[in-house]
Design a protein around this ligand. Structure first.
Ligand code: ZN
Length: 168
């Protein structure tokens, strides 16, 4: 991702129960709009400050189809790949495997709760990057899980609605 000229802001994170988290987010018409570019940088800073591996714009009170995916190894997923954060604008999962896997998820918008969620093992996602270039890429495992979790946010769905066995 680009290095911002101005310092990024840490944004407030919407918590479960806020209306924006259950709404379908709007497509971004111009990714190059400076307000969108600023939002992406602020989302990334907010995600890192909260120690997250992904974030979606509705979580920072913007009903827009933008997600950031930023896997890194962590205590629950020591095998998770370390990656440069990827901003995905208007992401669409255009293919996913019928093969699923169960894994534990949490969410910056759902405090103190983690749960097992079944997700497709592999998928292909099409999105615009922050330069407005159309990208199609395949992901698997933990990164594919993050993408599905974040795209769900754009549809107003929280992981707890897909949970198999909730634990506090
Ligand atoms: Zn989430």
């Amino acid at each position: 991702m680009n290095t911002p000229v101005t310092a990024a802001k840490i944004l407030a994170i919407a918590q479960r129960g806020e209306l924006i988290l259950s709404q379908r987010a709007q497509a971004v018409s111009n990714p190059l709009d400076p307000e969108i570019q600023t939002l992406i940088h602020d989302m990334q800073a907010t995600m890192l400050a909260a120690n997250g591996v992904g974030i979606a714009a509705p979580q920072v009170f913007q009903s827009l189809r933008i997600i950031i995916v930023a896997s890194r190894p962590n205590p629950r997923y020591p095998e998770a790949p370390l990656m440069e954060p990827i901003a995905m604008i208007n992401p669409e999962i255009i293919w996913q495997s019928t093969e699923t896997c169960l894994g534990e998820e949490g969410c910056l918008s759902v405090q103190e709760m983690r749960a097992q969620v079944a997700r497709a093992e592999r998928l292909t996602v099409r999105y615009l990057n922050e330069k407005a270039e159309s990208i199609e890429a395949e992901f698997s495992g933990f990164v594919a899980r993050i993408i599905q979790h974040e795209v769900d946010h754009l549809e107003g769905i929280l992981f707890v609605e897909r949970a198999e066995a909730a634990e506090s």
